[in-house]
Design a protein around this ligand. Structure first.
Ligand code: 6PG
Length: 466
């Protein structure tokens, strides 16, 4: 009997967690997984929530179990598996039914799927917060047709994280707008994580601090302006003891970062948009470089170890203030990229709403985001770093960023993301840049033309044109 209000396909870590969250919020949900055993194991393990869950063994049974007009969430790996699932599901659905892709899809795929969707709607939501978030309250960034949002918003808002009474679930625009914002979220996530890793490196290799002591520093910073999920978990990771060795777990983890690729997409899309996001790009490059452990070991053998003791040149306070400045500059770039996408794709992306939906549930949730939402609300067209609140903090902290980056450079510590932040800050403070040299070069070898300062006319050439 069709009793379920929604369906879900894909009972992996995230799918199972999301299904339990939906059931826990009182909605009847039908579930299906490619392997039937997993479906039954999920239902049997659902405990008190089992009565809200209808496990099904075929897609046909799944569809039959859901009250029309149906909404079915896909929690399957991004890419071809989503297209395959749509192909298998569509013949079983009726006009007005809706497929919701809740995976980390590339927004260009979501644009295509939304365009291809006929009478069966297609909706894309970015879900952030990992398994814990999916189970107890993710941040949800939605994109698609507004009437589809109206239909499923009650469920999505009920399961989303809550910030002071406001659900962190937002409709951000048509087609792939939700997945695009999730992609930028992940790029910022990479950057936040990289900058934390960089100051961790300065404390470990430059200040001779052990992992537990470094964890204590992160714990302390989590009481201040840097209060955030990533600082909190970094304190936990650094403070965790390895049961096998009795020493810090962090000291036995291989220093090669994995990446499913969402942060890379951010860097690629930023280039398409000509949106400068150097801190995010540096974080993606740092992940790529971290994977080249053998090459790095060979270079250390050949040229000598990079990082050297700082000999008291930097304080923990310097590091904290540098991180604060780097974070503001990174988020300013990220929101600038979202604004550029809104203009490019003609999406009504609401920057304050994006900041609001990131205040809880997602991986980059932090105390600063509420102030960012307020700053962006004042003037969404203004670079975040120019908002009085953040410009004030930058004025207080950029000297520390400069001291950390310059000291790190002098002492051989790689701090690519923090360096990119500082270079961005300085470039933004240079009203008369040096691209006039580039324009001269381009015109010399390619007659690409340039504008003159004095008469403002473009398309002019140097004497070499003759
Ligand atoms: C989130 C996370 C998540 C991400 C994984 C792995 O918002 O919950 O961003 O979606 O995919 O954490 O990401 P990487 O493998 O790219 O680091």
């Amino acid at each position: 009997m069709a009793q379920s209000e929604i369906g879900l396909i894909g009972l992996g870590t995230m799918g199972a967690a999301l299904a339990l969250n939906i059931a826990e919020k009182g909605f009847d949900i039908a579930v299906w997984n490619r392997t039937t055993e997993k479906t039954h194991a999920f239902a049997e393990g659902a405990g008190d929530l089992a009565p809200k869950i209808t496990p099904t063994e075929t897609l046909k049974d799944l569809v039959a179990a859901i009250r029309p007009p149906r909404a079915i969430i896909l929690m399957v790996p991004a890419g071809a598996p989503v297209d395959e699932q749509i192909e298998a599901l569509s013949p079983l659905l009726s006009p007005g039914d809706l497929i919701i892709d809740a995976g980390n899809a590339n927004f260009r795929d979501t644009n295509r799927r939304a365009a291809e969707a006929g009478e069966i709607g297609f909706f894309g939501i970015g879900v952030s917060g990992g398994e814990e978030g999916a189970r107890h309250g993710p941040s949800i960034m939605a994109g698609g047709d507004g009437e589809h949002w109206d239909r499923i918003a009650p469920i999505l808002k009920a399961i989303a994280a809550d910030f002071e009474g406001t659900p962190c679930a937002a409709f951000l625009g048509p087609e792939g707008a939700g997945h695009f914002v999730k992609t930028v979220h992940n790029g910022i996530e990479y950057a936040d994580m990289q900058m934390i890793a960089e100051v961790y490196g300065l404390m470990r290799d430059g200040m001779g601090m052990g992992a537990p002591a470094i964890g204590t520093v992160f714990d302390r910073w989590n009481e201040g302006r840097l209060r955030s999920y990533l600082i909190e978990i970094s304190g936990i990771v650094a403070g965790t003891q390895d049961t096998a060795t009795g020493g810090p777990l962090l000291d036995v983890i291989v220093d090669a970062a994995g990446q499913k690729g969402t942060g890379r997409w951010t860097a690629i899309e930023a280039q398409h948009l000509a949106a400068p996001v150097p801190v995010i790009e540096a974080a993606v490059v740092a992940r790529n470089l971290s994977a080249r452990r053998d090459a790095r070991a060979a270079a250390e053998d050949r040229f000598g170890k990079g990082p050297q003791p700082l000999d008291g040149a930097l304080s923990e306070d310097d590091l904290e203030r540098a991180l604060i400045a780097g974070k503001i500059l990174c988020y300013s770039q990220g929101f600038g990229m979202i604004a550029a996408a809104g203009a490019q794709f003609d999406w009504p992306l609401d920057l304050p709403e994006v900041a609001r939906v990131w205040r809880a549930g997602c991986i980059i949730r932090s105390a600063m985001l509420d102030d960012m939402a307020a700053a962006l609300s004042d003037d969404p067209s203004r670079e975040l770093m120019m908002a009085p609140h953040f410009a004030g903090i930058l004025t207080e902290t950029h000297d520390a960023l400069r001291r950390v980056v310059s000291t790190a450079a002098l002492k051989g510590h790689p701090v690519p993301a923090l360096s990119a932040g500082l270079a961005y800050f300085d470039a933004m403070r240079t009203a008369r840049g040096t691209a006039n040299m580039i324009q001269g070069q381009r015109d010399y070898f390619g007659l690409h033309g340039f504008a003159r300062l004095d008469d403002g006319k473009s398309g002019q050439h140097g004497p070499w044109a003759d």
